[in-house]
Design a protein around this ligand. Sequence first.
Ligand code: ADP
Length: 535
Amino acid sequence: MISSYAYSGLINAIVSLLFGLIVYFGNKKAELNKKFLIMCSSVFAWSIAYFFWQISDNAETALFWSKALMVGAIFIPVTYFHFVLVFLNKLKENRKLLIFIYILSFIFLFLDFTPLFVKNVEAIPIFPYWPKAGIAYGPFVFMFVVLGIYCWYLMFKSLKKSTGTEKLQIKYVFIGTLIGYSVGITNYFLWYNIMIPPVGNWLVPVYIVSIAYAVLKHHLMNVKVIAAELVGGALILVFLFNLFLSQTSGEFLTNLILFIFVFIFGVLLIRSVLQEVKTREEMQKLAEDLEIANEKLKELDKAKSDFVSIASHQLLTPMTAIKGYSSMTLEGSYGEVPEKMKSVLEKIFQSSNRLVSLIADFLNLSRIERGKMEYNFQKVDLKEIVKGLMEEFKIINVEKKKNLDLSLSIEAGKDFNLIADPDKIRQVIYNLFDNAMKYTHKGFIKTALSREIEKGIIKLRVQDSGIGMDREALEKIFQKFTRAENGSKAYVEGVGLGLYVAGEIVKAHQGKIWAESEGEGKGSTFYVELPVNFK
Ligand code: ADP
């Protein structure tokens, strides 16, 4: 009967080989991954010989495999030490010690071919052929223990200095080492007739996996990917063993064909998974780059908003002064203005007026972008605001000689009170009237105020017979700095901010704003819906 220890040897062999290869192929160029593979190879050599030793049915083969398993075992400590040095970036300081340990290991390897290392095999409880230690075996165990303590010491030192992922990685290797050493230790007692069985052997997969995990933390190999590789690799190995265990040549042939199939399938599976990992890593890198670029853009955007805010504030005060004084001069506050100067002053006034509202738009934009737009909500009668603005625009209509037919219809008997910021709402409606006037050369501007009681909303409609717009323009005019092509031609000075700001203000009131038009040259209608009560 095959003992459970034979199975544990087999499992350990599979796991160590598999994870060694997974880590190695995860990043073939990385020194750490190479060192891990070398260490896993030692563990593999030890455990596979362990399996054959366990299934040996006579003392002679058992002795042969006992010596063979020590070949792997001798190199586990030193390859592990090498791995830890690369892992902790401590190779330079410890190079001489490492070389010394390698030399020692090769001496032990030489001794392994003599009875000084493994004396003979004897029957003990559970194990029919357990090896007995020769005189040179003790120094090997001593080296094993001292090296283990030294590795822990190094890791402990690095652990204190490290942070984040690095700290986590060291922790995994630290725990891995703890487990790995318990494996080794439980194997040595029986050599010296201490009746403790090698129970630690069952922990080899944990040791391998935890260290593999620490190495892979650098990369994007997730559990799913590792699992796929595990299945692929395990299948191949199982079928390989099956092949070796064939009794007849017929069975061998069937197993061979099966093995070839499984091998091809397994290799394809692993290759495709590795490809996936590569793509994922590349994607992750791209995503990280994008995130960095995004952060930078955000910073730049903020810097821009801050700049616009400061610049606008600096501009607004002198511009308001120019506007105020030119208006007062025009009105005759500083004496009579000669006819010749009037048109010049008029131009100064109009230009400064335009600039003041442009700067106000910029200021609003930067406030919105910095999340600093402040609202002063209170009870407002929308009817009064619309009426007042209509009066203002009637005067502008005359001054600018537009000759448009301006009308306002207010649904009778309805209440138009709502909670809103009066200045901001006035700005929205002002903008709609101003646009209607700018983009209408002849015809009318019809404004209507209505209230839909069931829905709890007040609705304003501003309809003009102006240049209208196509479907494409309708979709984008509420974005900042966007204008319709015909709009830019009709009114050159616009910048495309007014509707964006209006949209943001309406949004803050939990309302809706939109535009409709039958097409270019067919007039436009703008709608604003505001809830009467909002929270
Ligand atoms: P501006 O008028 O400064 O360009 P707005 O944000 O107020 O900025 O308007 C954006 C664009 O929407 C305008 O450039 C124009 O193309 C279009 N638009 C706005 N109102 C009207 C309207 N009443 N009729 C036709 N086009 C309009």
